[in-house]
Design a protein around this ligand. Structure first.
Ligand code: AMP
Ligand code: ZN
Length: 110
């Protein structure tokens, strides 16, 4: 079972901030901003592009990400990131979106 599947199963602890039918949101263990939450599908799928094969799950994940941003008070803006593949900086190969906020984001992202 992959790391994030273990978090879904509850065998690895995480600070869960929100849940929906198909998705789970929890705080990143190494936060890169005052708010840094990961939003993942409960079902194991390798990346967000693969998740797009199921529009319901994809919409559910983005809806939950938006809800997290609202709950965290990020009304002045935030960033959503989906690192994809090793060159994209993905290290956990269970689809996830980072919700980062609480500070001004830089561009280009590096
Ligand atoms: P990525 O580089 O996009 O694959 O992001 C993986 C993220 O998972 C990183 O930001 C890590 O800090 C985070 N992470 C790794 N292990 C845990 C964990 N046990 N609980 C919460 N976040 C984690
Ligand atoms: Zn998984």
């Amino acid at each position: 079972m992959c790391l994030f599947c273990k978090i879904v199963a509850g065998t690895i602890p995480a600070t869960v901030v929100a849940k929906s039918t198909h998705s789970l949101a929890f705080r990143d263990i190494e936060p890169q901003a005052p708010t840094h939450v990961l939003v993942i599908p409960r079902r194991h799928v390798g990346n967000v592009a693969d998740l797009a094969h199921d529009p319901q799950e994809l919409a559910d994940l983005f809806r939950l990400a938006g809800q997290v941003a609202e709950d965290e008070g990020l009304d002045r803006g935030y960033r959503m990131v989906a690192n994809t593949g090793s060159l994209g900086g993905q290290v956990v190969f269970h689809a996830h979106v980072h919700v980062l906020g609480g500070r001004r984001m830089q561009w280009p992202p590096g």
